[in-house]
Design a protein around this ligand. Structure first.
Ligand code: SF4
Length: 330
């Protein structure tokens, strides 16, 4: 373990995970487990930064996300899996970081500016929402993570974390490393209506969907919008079904579909059936594990108690160093 780079990442519990979450992050986390010393946490406090008015059934969301993670292959043998609010030291470090973080750093955060515009139905003029990158910095630096797996749009957050680490070390002496963003490549899959896959658009295929539900959704998928009739040649390059084929169908079959689509030898219905079969087959082991964890909630409970205990031990050690550095260790 000691020679592995430590990485940390989290997800907000906002409901069941869909294929976009899976292919955009979770699948990558599963693969990282052998290469890195991984910490994965359920960011329940973060869910409150934008949804404080209607938090939803948070306990249920936390349980669902944990079952999705474990079913997808996150392993408590390989990774430390925990819940943010079970390690209250995150809030303590967040408070100390908030003392030293200049407000303009937060105001210029592109995600903050973007979300204020995008989420006009929510009141985001709160201290918590402005300060969520500070909480993220506390999450990451608490474990002295050297790497943070992120998509390109989250790189500015890692940059703020680096700036906060640098400022803390400058003011009080070196305690924290400056973590690097580990950029992750994600396939460009969309929702069944060709918009971004999102719970709020009602266009998602969920990890919890049964084979029958997957099949129905695949058959509803919007394909190449230019291909109005079966006799029209299609373009797989702009087709969401084909993006799934690239992931779940063998390369030889893919080449054939590509050719047959362009020459109108294959219809979208047949093409979707092949994709649905392959997707369902690929998801079968995940579904099997899902049933197991649903039937054994006590195992999920044990995993999370143990993971949160391990995380908290490290967090308490970090806080001792922080308090000594800030001279509040009396
Ligand atoms: S045949 Fe397949 S790849 Fe071509 S447009 Fe239809 S669904 Fe997409």
């Amino acid at each position: 373990m000691a020679d592995k780079i430590r990485v940390l990442s989290g997800m907000r519990p906002t409901g069941p995970l869909h294929m976009g979450n899976y292919l955009g992050a979770l699948d990558n986390w599963v693969n990282m487990q052998d290469q890195y010393e991984c910490f994965f946490f359920v960011a329940d406090w973060h869910a409150l930064t934008s949804d404080y008015e209607k938090p939803g059934p948070m306990g249920e969301y936390v349980r669902q996300i944990l079952i999705d993670w474990l079913s997808a292959g996150l392993s408590p043998e390989k990774s430390t899996i925990f819940i943010q609010s079970k390690v209250p030291e995150h809030a303590e470090l967040y408070l100390i970081f908030s003392m030293i973080t200049p407000v303009p750093w937060l105001e210029r955060n592109p995600t903050y500016k973007d979300q204020i515009v995008q989420l006009q139905n929510k009141d985001l003029s709160t201290f918590g929402f402005l300060g969520y990158p500070v909480l993220q910095a506390a999450d990451i630096l608490m474990y002295k993570a050297q790497g943070v797996p992120v998509g390109i749009d989250q790189v500015p957050h890692v940059e703020i974390t680096r700036e906060i680490a640098r400022r803390f070390n400058y003011l009080y002496g070196t305690v924290f490393p400056e973590p690097e963003a580990i950029l992750t490549q994600t396939p460009k899959i969309l929702g069944i209506d060709r918009r971004k896959m999102s719970k709020s658009y009602g266009n998602a295929i969920y990890l919890s969907d049964s084979p029958e539900e997957i099949r129905v959704k695949v058959m509803q998928m919007v394909t190449d919008p230019q291909r109005a009739r079966r006799s029209d040649p299609g373009n797989p390059d702009v087709c969401n079904v084909y993006e799934f084929h690239k992931l779940y169908t063998d390369p030889e079959m893919n080449r054939q579909i590509d050719k047959q689509c362009r020459s109108a030898e294959i219809g979208c219905v047949e093409c979707k059936k092949i994709m649905a079969d392959n997707l369902i087959k690929a998801m079968a082991p995940l579904h099997e594990k899902r049933h197991f964890y649903l039937a054994h909630p006590e195992i999920v409970e044990e995993i999370i108690i143990e993971g949160s205990r391990k995380a908290r031990q490290i967090a308490m050690e970090t806080m001792q160093q922080v308090k000594a550095a800030v001279k509040i260790d009396y």
